[in-house]
Design a protein around this ligand. Structure first.
Ligand code: ARG
Length: 588
């Protein structure tokens, strides 16, 4: 066990069981990093209440068992001696400090571990991740960019810990707007339509179609008729729909490629895919009495959802005009993910504004038995990205921002950040691209996914603070140490010995990598891994300022150890950034 927090949890649990009985062996000892010691355990507080004893006394007893100190008649915790010191403080806190030797041995161990301390899932789960999901009939905006970036990081981390990941890009590729979109395609000609859509001008295309739909009765009539042939999946209409969708997807793919997003065409499972299932979904739910007709519409009334004046809130799966909607599709989708994809866990990475829809969906699906108890479903709520004016992020002219243009601007600004470096043009472009992309992605990942934040190029491109470029820079700097020393990091295998406090702090930090990765996967929280990487890079900076590595007067044993610490830090940062989807340029 290399992770200190897990190690201490296990040891304290053993001590609890010996001291107070086996029923305490899985009590959470509440081990947290502390400013007074390496860790603090707070379990004695709640335990004191439960045992009706003074928490300080309880804490002392745990400390004694933990360290094997004899108190009269006490049984010792079995196993090797405790590699650290334990002190009782305040009303009953346990302050735990680990021995340097333990930290040194564990860090040498994870340096030799190809997974750097990240455990592989014992029994792999099938994790379905619904993310990105732009709408073809509208623009792909910065909000979709964030769901794409966060979802992709989650997919990467689940794959890394050995789960079976099924990515699902639930494109908005169906519904009544497609009548006018297809008619507009006929009006302007296939070639022109394709060119415009591939260039990412879906919004302009949509607006042109919409204007005609509103002002031209003949066009309006055609568009409505087209909706009917589309619903019936009539071949010629489907051919035109495919032309429209292929061009649109080709633009989405440009954005994905540009950002290193792992979604492929195989992962597309848009709304259209569920169209053939919708009638049956409604029929079945109605027959089983799960859905009832209310004001002409077919609705599920999941328990616990009420609107004004305690009226039960409907989850409408068929409108009174017979049309299906977003809710119908999502009911079909959840059933498919459980029954056909065999999901153990379904993660929906979608805007926070859809919170009510999502919780009603989950409740309705549970009622229908389509989301059994053992399947975990969660809405990873994505907060809005705001402009400097505090409103939804738009361009100066007020129009929403075209993503490729935004990414171009990120590249340009990143190029300015590295302008004083001496690189040839090709290298410069490559580095600028990695830095620009990394800055934009990391900004989305480093704040908690459900909080809003202000899109600010200057802040995300800063070389200090919790930014992508800072972490890229820290990583590139470690690579340059090895380059300068002419040493292959793979050969820096230690052993690690700890002398300087900055070495100890760095090594202790590095031991937490596995837990940080596990926590990100468990809680769907990329910002936790981001914070860990930032703390690691900061600990490295302090180490690097205090502990020379390549200088001639450094002892051989110390140099070997410091190189090993550099190598482990490098691997943790590289792996961690890769899990977040943030690229690292070789030099910076
Ligand atoms: N296309 C939707 C939007 O842009 C997101 C779809 C999310 N996935 C889902 N299963 N509802 O808001």
């Amino acid at each position: 066990m290399t992770d200190p927090q897990l190690f201490l949890t296990e040891r304290v649990q053993q001590a609890l069981a010996v001291a107070f009985g086996p029923e305490f062996s899985d009590a959470d000892p509440l081990i947290r990093p502390s400013q007074f010691a390496d860790y603090q355990a707070n379990v004695a507080m709640s335990l004191g209440k439960r045992l009706r004893r003074a928490p300080r006394e309880v804490a002392q007893e745990i400390a004694d068992r933990l360290t094997g100190t004899d108190s009269p008649g006490a049984a010792k915790v079995s196993g090797p001696g405790f590699p650290g010191t334990v002190e009782v403080s305040g009303p009953g806190f346990l302050n735990i400090t680990l021995d340097d030797a333990w930290i040194a041995e564990r860090s040498t161990e994870i340096l030799a571990d190809p997974r750097a301390g990240v455990a592989a899932a014992g029994s792999p789960q099938t994790v379905v991740i619904d993310y990105s999901a732009p709408n073809a009939a509208k623009e792909m905006h910065v909000g979709h960019l964030r769901t794409t970036i966060v979802g992709d990081a989650l997919a990467r981390v689940h794959e890394h810990i050995g789960n079976r990941v099924i990515r699902q890009n639930h494109l908005g590729d169906w519904g009544t707007p497609f009548g006018m979109l297809i008619e507009h395609l006929l009006d302007i000609g296939e070639e022109a339509a394709v060119a415009q859509l591939e260039a990412g001008e879906g919004n302009e295309y949509y607006q042109a179609a919409r204007a005609k739909f509103d002002s031209d009765p003949e066009f309006n009539k055609r568009a409505r008729a087209r909706v009917v042939t589309l619903q019936a999946e009539e071949p010629e209409t489907m051919r035109l729909w495919h032309i429209f969708m292929n061009a649109t997807v080709s633009y989405f793919n440009k954005v994905y490629t540009r950002l290193g997003i792992t979604l492929t065409d195989e992962d597309i499972a848009g709304e259209s895919m569920y169209n053939p299932m919708l009638a049956q979904v409604c029929d079945e739910l109605q027959e089983r009495g799960i859905a009832v007709v209310s004001d002409g519409a077919l609705c599920v009334f999941p328990p616990g959802f009420t609107g004004r004046e305690d009226q039960p809130l409907p989850f409408m799966i068929r409108k009174s005009d017979g049309g299906y909607g977003y809710a119908t599709t999502d009911m079909a989708t959840i059933r498919y993910r459980v029954q056909d994809l065999k999901a153990d866990r379904i993660i929906y990475v979608i805007g926070a504004t859809q919170a009510l829809h999502m919780s009603m969906l989950f409740a309705s699906a549970r009622m229908a038995g389509w989301l059994p108890e053992h399947v975990r479903a969660e809405h990873v709520q994505i907060g809005s990205v705001l402009g400097s004016d505090g409103k939804m992020f738009k361009t100066r002219s007020g129009k929403s921002i075209k993503l490729v243009e935004l990414l171009d601007e990120a590249d340009d600004r990143a190029a300015a950040v590295i302008a004083d470096r001496e690189y040839d043009d090709a290298a410069r472009t490559e580095i600028a691209h990695a830095v620009g992309m990394g800055a934009v992605k990391y900004a989305d990942l480093s704040v908690s996914h459900d909080s809003e934040y202000v899109f600010d190029f200057d802040r995300m491109l800063a070389l200090t603070g919790n930014t992508g470029p800072y972490l890229q820079y820290a990583t590139a700097r470690i690579r340059s140490i090895f380059r300068k020393g002419g040493i292959d990091p793979a050969r820096a295998t230690g052993p690690i010995v700890l002398g300087h406090p900055a070495e100890r702090a760095l090594a202790l930090r590095l031991l937490g990598f596995g837990a940080a990765v596990a926590e990100m996967a468990e809680d769907s929280a990329p910002h936790r891994l981001a914070a860990f990487l930032f703390d690691t890079a900061s600990a490295f900076t302090a180490f690097y300022e205090n502990c020379p590595v390549l200088k001639a007067d450094v002892d051989e044993e110390v140099r070997v150890s410091r190189l090993a610490l550099c190598a482990l830090t490098l691997r943790v940062l590289e792996t961690g950034l890769d899990l977040l989807g943030v690229p690292v340029p070789e030099r910076m």
